[in-house]
Design a binder for this molecule. Structure first.
Ligand code: FAD
Length: 506
């Protein structure tokens, strides 16, 4: 029998390291110690501000963290999806929730089939995004939090809240830089800290960001690069303070740019923008100057370099890598925190299943899971580039010419023959798909990729138009972010939320 682990060291205290420490502390027996080491000299990356809906679910359903404290300290706003300024239509929504792949009562086919003329018509969240609204009201005029939302949050605020939560559950956090390691084959024997002290644990989580100190640095796991197919490798980032009357947009904007694309993320007090570009198609100076021209209110700017890809295995011996140190793809769909939550659930479940023993069968399974996650994201992001005809610069010509990976090509081929069908989704998509048919169809309908099926009959079109009137009517009374924040910041809101929770059956 292998010896069960009783001590864990997490290297890094960015969002990945702190969330890993919290997860392991909360999900493993209390006898397992969890210690975080972080280097104040190196610091955190400080970017990463949009999430997907799995993030609130991870924090509040899975980890059972305190939502009120989160709102008070992190000050997030809600994100209902992505507004793409993209493709032959000029724009389209990628709304969270199920819209394209579900059928409204009385319709023969999923809603995606009727949304060709107007993707905003697929469901109420897209319509709300179009009108800068965020949630429908309940009978008392209070927001109905329906679960199909992520957040816009500031990385630095998130990290400081996570640190406080981690300390509260007994995670110890030490300021210390790892300067060396000793290994036995594919295991780390100990870490050397600040050039002298030896730190030992049974298990190590590498959350050291792009440096990947343990997985890559010490264990020399090779990197599988996507650089030939996801060619953006830099971002210039900046923002400005919001002025009164400037409405908070409840979605991320992704806008086509000559050598890449640009995001806009709204926070309560300021707006953050970034131009993600390929250094093969523009220079840093050119990118910065275009970014400033398009965003004259931008104050200081910052350049961030990255590479898209992942390490071949994320878990080797007694080291499991999470967050940017395991892999990263350009932030088009804000997948990093999403992948992190998936990784941490899988890691905690594997350690629980193995009764804290490091079993090779569970490690192999974890690595297969992680490989599948990266592979789907890779194809999904390439589809964004393949069909965007909004600009015809050398960058976009190059991206459109790139062949899709096999799995993504199969999904697109199915769509071109069968349209946004919900048939056989379990055979078509990768197992445990992160985006589901909903995500794939949102992109393909949004980018006007044609399919062969006959258009809806005139009767169906008439009924679809009538449905739109009902949708418009429902959305007319939807609430803006500002309206909701005015009540969220009040003690009465949290009193109501607590009462609602205590009324729920256990
Ligand atoms: C341009 C850009 C935009 C992004 N946008 C998004 C987004 O919208 N949504 C999203 O989900 N993600 C986004 N990301 C990804 C984002 O960076 C991650 O989600 C997230 O912040 C995870 O960071 P991390 O904790 O892995 O790394 P980091 O924040 O870099 O933390 C690394 C930690 O390791 C420590 N460390 C490193 N080496 C040592 C050492 N030798 N000794 C001791 N400590 C050490 C550091 O001090 C630090 O504490 C974006 C990334 C980029 C580059």
């Amino acid at each position: 029998m292998k010896k069960p682990i009783s001590s864990i060291v997490v290297l890094g205290a960015g969002s990945a390291g702190l969330l890993a420490a919290l997860t392991l502390r909360k999900k493993l027996p209390a006898a397992v110690s969890v210690r975080v080491l972080r280097s104040p000299r190196i610091g955190i990356i400080g970017v990463g501000e949009g999430t997907t809906p799995n993030f609130p679910a991870f924090l509040f359903d899975y980890l059972q963290l305190d939502e009120e404290r989160f709102f008070r300290e992190v000050r997030p706003v809600w994100k209902r999806g992505i507004h793409f300024i993209w493709g032959p239509r000029g724009e389209f929504p990628y709304a969270f929730g199920n819209h394209y792949s579900v059928s409204d009562t009385g319709f023969r086919r999923p809603n995606g089939f009727y949304s060709w003329g107007d993707p905003y018509a697929a469901g109420f969240i897209g319509r709300m995004m179009q009108q800068r609204k965020v949630f429908l009201p309940d009978d008392n005029g209070q927001p109905r939090f329906d679960g199909a939302y992520g957040y816009h949050l500031e990385n630095v605020r998130l990290v400081s809240w996570l640190e406080a939560e981690a300390r509260q559950v007994g995670v110890s956090i030490t300021d210390a830089e790892v300067t060396g390691t000793a290994r036995d084959g594919d295991r780390i024997r100990h870490l050397v800290v600040d050039g002298q002290e030896v730190v030992k644990a049974d298990f190590y989580v590498d959350a050291s960001g792009f440096r990947s100190e343990l997985l890559h640095g010490a264990l020399e796991e090779p990197f599988q690069s996507f650089a030939d197919t996801l060619i953006c490798d830099r971002a210039v980032v900046g923002g400005w303070e919001r002025e009164g009357g400037d409405p908070i947009q409840p979605f991320t904007t992704s806008e086509t740019m000559p050598a890449g694309w640009s995001w806009r993320i709204d926070h309560r007090e300021h707006v953050n923008r970034g131009y993600v570009y390929s250094s093969a198609f523009t220079t840093d100076d050119e990118a910065e100057s275009l970014f400033r021209k398009r965003n004259p209110r931008v104050e200081t700017t910052r350049l961030v370099n990255f590479r898209s890809g992942h390490y071949r295995r994320s878990w080797v011996g007694n080291v499991c890598s999470v967050g940017n140190s395991a892999g990263f793809v350009e932030p088009m769909e804000a997948t990093a925190l999403m992948v992190l939550c998936m990784e941490l659930r899988a890691l905690a479940a594997s350690l629980q299943e193995g009764r804290l023993e490091l079993r090779s069968s569970l490690i192999d399974l974890y690595n297969r899971f992680s490989e599948n996650v990266w592979s789907e994201i890779h194809g999904f992001l390439m589809v964004h580039y393949k069909f965007n005809t909004l600009l015809d610069t050398p960058f976009w010509q190059h991206c459109r010419d790139l062949p899709l990976p096999e799995d993504a090509a199969r999904i697109v081929g199915f769509f071109q023959e069968n349209g946004p069908s919900s048939f056989a989704r379990d055979w078509l998509l990768p197992r445990a798909s992160q985006f589901g048919t909903e995500g794939w169809w949102a992109l393909l309908v949004g980018q006007k990729v044609p399919w062969k099926i006959q258009p809806p009959s005139p009767q169906e079109q008439k009924r679809w138009a009538e449905r739109q009137i009902r949708l418009e009517h429902a959305v007319k009374h939807a609430l803006t972010t500002e309206q909701i924040l005015a009540t969220m910041d009040s003690p009465a809101h949290w009193q109501r939320a607590r009462e609602a929770r205590t009324r729920q059956p256990a």
